[in-house]
Each structure stands twice: as C-alpha cells, then as structure tokens.
Ligand binder design. Structure first.
Ligand SMILES: [Zn+2]
Length: 122
C-alpha cells in the first residue's frame, strides 16, 4: 500500500491547505460557534442611521456575491479535514466508490481526492 513517507508528505500538504483555507475564510467570515464546519459570512456592519436605500441594495449584492466563494472554500476545507481524518484512521487514499486505492499521481495533484480517476470519469 502507500508508504509512510508518502502519507507523511500528503499530510503536510493537507495541513498547509487547511491553514490556507482557514485563513481565506477568516478574511470574510467568522466561524459559526454552533457548528464546526459552518462559516458565516460577516454581514457589513453599518448603523441603521447611516444607511440610505441605495447603499442597502449594494450591500445585499455584495453579500450574495460572496456566498458561492465562501461555500467553495467551506467544501474544500471539509474535504481536507476528511482526508486528514482518514490519515488518522489509516483509510487514506482509497476510493469512496469502488474502494480501490487511488493512484499516487492523482493524490499528489489533489491530496483530498475522494474517488479514483475511473469513478470520477476522468
Ligand atoms: Zn473508484
């Protein structure tokens, strides 16, 4: 199976990715205290008397624009955390669909890959 050295290398990559994703998420979101994997986008904090209707429209648009980006980062972070979990449980590197080992080449490119090339239709 995978050698220790390879797993160690993947673990380092995943931990770096995790740091980076958490940093990116903290730039525009604060961690939701209620749930481990849910980040909440900070709604612009403007006192009601400073608003005029025009401004409010811009704010909402900005908020909506951020959501897909936040969601993507959140999903990536979740995948990275899951991969790190699998390393702990020694189940890392196996396809979630066919349970065969995922190729090293694929894992090197995408350390949090969940499925093998064949199952991804690549
Ligand atoms: Zn597969």
């Amino acid at each position: 199976m995978f050698d220790k050295e390879f797993i160690e290398k993947q673990k380092n990559k995943l931990e770096k990715q995790k740091e980076e994703l958490e940093r990116l998420l903290s730039d525009f979101a604060s961690k939701d205290a209620d749930s481990k994997h849910n980040w909440r986008t900070n709604y612009p904090d403007i006192a009601p008397d400073e608003r005029d209707p025009e401004d409010s429209v811009d704010e909402v648009e900005e908020y909506v624009d951020l959501l897909p980006q936040e969601y993507t980062l959140e999903v990536k972070l979740k995948n990275v955390n899951e991969a790190l979990d699998k390393i702990k449980k020694s189940t890392y590197g196996f396809c979630e669909n066919c349970e065969r080992p995922i190729s090293k080449e694929r894992l090197e490119v995408n350390p949090s890959a969940k499925k093998c090339k064949e199952c991804m239709g690549l």
